[in-house]
Design a protein around this ligand. Structure first.
Ligand SMILES: O=C(O)CCC(=O)C(=O)O
Ligand SMILES: [Fe+2]
Length: 251
């Protein structure tokens, strides 16, 4: 349960607040300048135009859910190095947000790195997403769908998002004060990781309009959604707290 429905600044105490779910989110203003955000967005769009695009979310990078849980472990790890090389190309003239996030986290945690999978190597971390339309209510804490992956050992999962383009209308991030529980999956929409809206009826929430260039961190086990928007661009990954108190990033 959250102690208040406000955004908090980045401090060690507040990072633990996210992990323990006593606060809803952390905002880091000007993680990148407007110019850096715009340049990353431009370069991502040039790139995304050449890659596979789906209807509501155009992605650059791979995700453990899409390419892994759905596509298979070999399929995911076969694509990891290619995804890293694309990310590095896009970030060449600005900075690599994944590396910068790890740098910030190292001020508070001794051991922060990219997650690795035994027998496969490192994961990818840092998916850029162009959204149009609405993102349905969901929770990102894939213990059940990933029992034979290193992520299944995690104790908590945070999400970081760096906002590269924010439309004037819509695109708010809404988070409910409710952590996913195993029994919730009776309300999972078939073949997706989205939950029926019933799961959050009567649950209090916080709604934040992201600001260009800022970084937002939240506990992705809480149900959340992105309200309808056109051409909203963000880049992010997961941060898992592992049993040895290390933080590991992956997408
Ligand atoms: O883009 C956002 O504001 C949040 C997207 C999301 O669903 C997540 O980070 O898990
Ligand atoms: Fe999410």
């Amino acid at each position: 349960m959250w102690k208040s429905f406000n955004a908090y600044p980045l401090t060690e105490e507040n990072l633990y607040g996210l992990i323990k779910n006593t606060i809803p989110l952390i905002r880091v203003p000007r993680f990148g300048t407007d110019q850096e955000a715009e340049e990353l967005a431009e370069r991502f769009l040039q790139f995304a135009a050449r890659s596979n695009s789906v209807k509501t979310v155009t992605r650059m990078g791979i995700s453990q859910y899409e390419q892994g849980t759905v596509g298979g472990k070999d399929n995911y790890f076969r694509r990891v190095e290619g995804a890293w090389s694309n990310l590095i190309t896009v970030c060449k003239t600005t900075f690599n947000p994944t590396v910068k996030v790890m740098g910030i986290l190292r001020e508070y945690f001794a051991d922060v790195d990219i997650l690795t999978e035994e027998g496969y190597g490192r994961y990818f971390a840092g998916v850029a997403k162009l959204r149009t339309g609405e993102t349905p209510v969901h929770s990102d804490f894939p213990l059940l769908g990933a029992t034979d992956w290193a992520i299944a050992k995690m104790e908590a999962q945070l999400s970081w998002n760096f906002y590269l383009r924010i439309p004037a209308q819509g695109g708010e991030l809404r988070i409910w004060d409710k952590l996913w529980q195993v029994e919730d999956d009776r309300l999972l929409e078939k073949g997706t990781y989205y939950h029926d809206k019933k799961i959050i009826s009567d649950i209090p929430s916080i709604t934040i309009k992201p600001v260009l260039g800022e970084l937002i961190l939240f506990n992705s086990r809480n149900y959340h959604t992105v309200l309808p928007a056109q051409n909203r661009i963000a880049m992010g990954s997961w941060i898992s707290l592992m049993p040895d108190e290390s933080l590991r990033l992956w997408s």
